[in-house]
Design a protein around this ligand. Structure first.
Ligand code: ZN
Length: 350
């Protein structure tokens, strides 16, 4: 039977502009929404209304002075927050709406209104730090969402997977000494933003709770599947998350203009199935994806569609196909898997 899959979808998200010609354009969501508006797709998904997050919610991750600074951009034609990240008159409101969209998606899943959900929001969030915007991101949607799940739904263990091309520095730093969050990231390295080395594994009580898998250019479906199965799956088995969150960036797509990876829409479906299997094993399938990057419009749309169809169980990536795909991984992949495992072994007894 099909699962009930929620989507956060709101035309207001198109009102934030980072400037003419910027890759993080409103056209990204316009293309995804158009795919969802197709009569063959539209009936399948349950729409989740977003809301603007409150300052109190945003301040679980960001400093009050930073939130005030962003509030101060409201109504201004354009403010550069960093060389890559600019606002338009409504960006402050839309950024709050992105956070609130993620919080509402989490509520819908926690309250069993839907089985899983995809927050199709912008601006993205995973580069945003406590006191600064970065890399197209204003507020850290997924980190605030995780805090919302902890505070409102009293969760104690949340897995955040970040398969975006770029390392989610902001998310990592938000929870670097917080063992309630296990942060797992695959990313092109060395590359923007520069963080995400093997040595970064968390600190204090959360040592071992940050897992970085830095990758050379060229990693494709087989590499990602093998990394998820050989590292993430066994760690999740020990961690037993109560909720699985995904920073779903699609800039690892093989034609993405910003990246050098080779993931296909089929590969994203495979990875989604691995995450759903984890969620089904430990937390009744509770899984919320949050859109991050992805700049090849057709590839982004096709990949989001593949993820949504997997989430809804319209397609079901077979175990045998995952196992055979994994066998195609190259030596570079095997090497990085070994390195990561030797680094985290003491904490997870792998
Ligand atoms: Zn990215």
């Amino acid at each position: 039977m099909a699962k009930k899959t929620g989507v956060v979808k709101d035309m207001r998200y198109l009102r934030h502009s980072a400037g003419f010609g910027h890759p993080e354009s409103p056209e990204r969501l316009a293309a995804i929404y158009e795919m969802l508006d197709n009569p063959l797709m539209a009936w399948k998904f349950i729409e989740i209304e977003p809301r603007e997050a409150t300052h109190k919610e945003i301040e679980t991750i960001h400093t009050p002075s930073y939130v005030e600074y962003i509030a101060g951009t409201a109504g201004q034609s354009s403010v550069y927050l960093d060389p890559d990240t600019a606002t338009s008159p409504e960006s402050y409101e839309i950024a709050k709406l992105a956070v609130g969209g993620v919080c509402n998606a989490i509520d819908s899943v926690m309250e069993k209104k839907v089985d899983n959900a995809f927050a199709l929001v912008r601006p993205p969030g995973h580069h945003a730090e406590a006191d600064s915007a970065a890399g197209f991101c204003i507020f850290n949607n997924i980190a605030i969402g995780a805090m919302h799940a902890i505070l409102k739904h009293h969760l104690k263990k949340i897995l955040i997977v970040d398969w975006d091309l770029h390392h989610g520095n902001g998310t990592q730093h938000s929870f670097y000494s917080d063992p309630r969050i296990l942060y797992f990231s695959t990313h092109q390295y060395p590359y923007y933003p520069g963080t995400g080395s093997l040595q970064e594994i968390g600190q204090g009580k959360a040592e071992g709770y940050t897992i970085n898998v830095p990758l050379s250019v060229g990693a494709g479906d087989a590499s990602f599947v093998k990394i998820f199965r050989k590292i993430l799956q066994p760690v999740a088995l020990k961690f037993k998350p109560q909720l699985v969150l995904l920073s779903a960036g699609f800039d690892t797509y093989y034609q993405d203009p910003l990246g050098g990876m080779r993931v296909t829409a089929d590969g994203f479906a495979a990875l989604t199935r691995i995450l759903m299997n984890i969620a089904e094993s430990y937390c009744n399938g509770r899984f919320v994806a949050v859109l991050e990057g992805g700049y090849h419009l057709a590839g982004l749309t096709q990949s989001v569609k593949a993820v949504l169809e997997e989430m809804r169980d319209d397609t079901h990536y077979p175990e045998e196909k995952l196992a055979s795909l994994e066998k195609e991984a190259d030596e570079n992949t095997n090497h990085i898997i070994k390195q990561v495992i030797s680094k985290i072994k003491p904490y997870w007894k792998l």
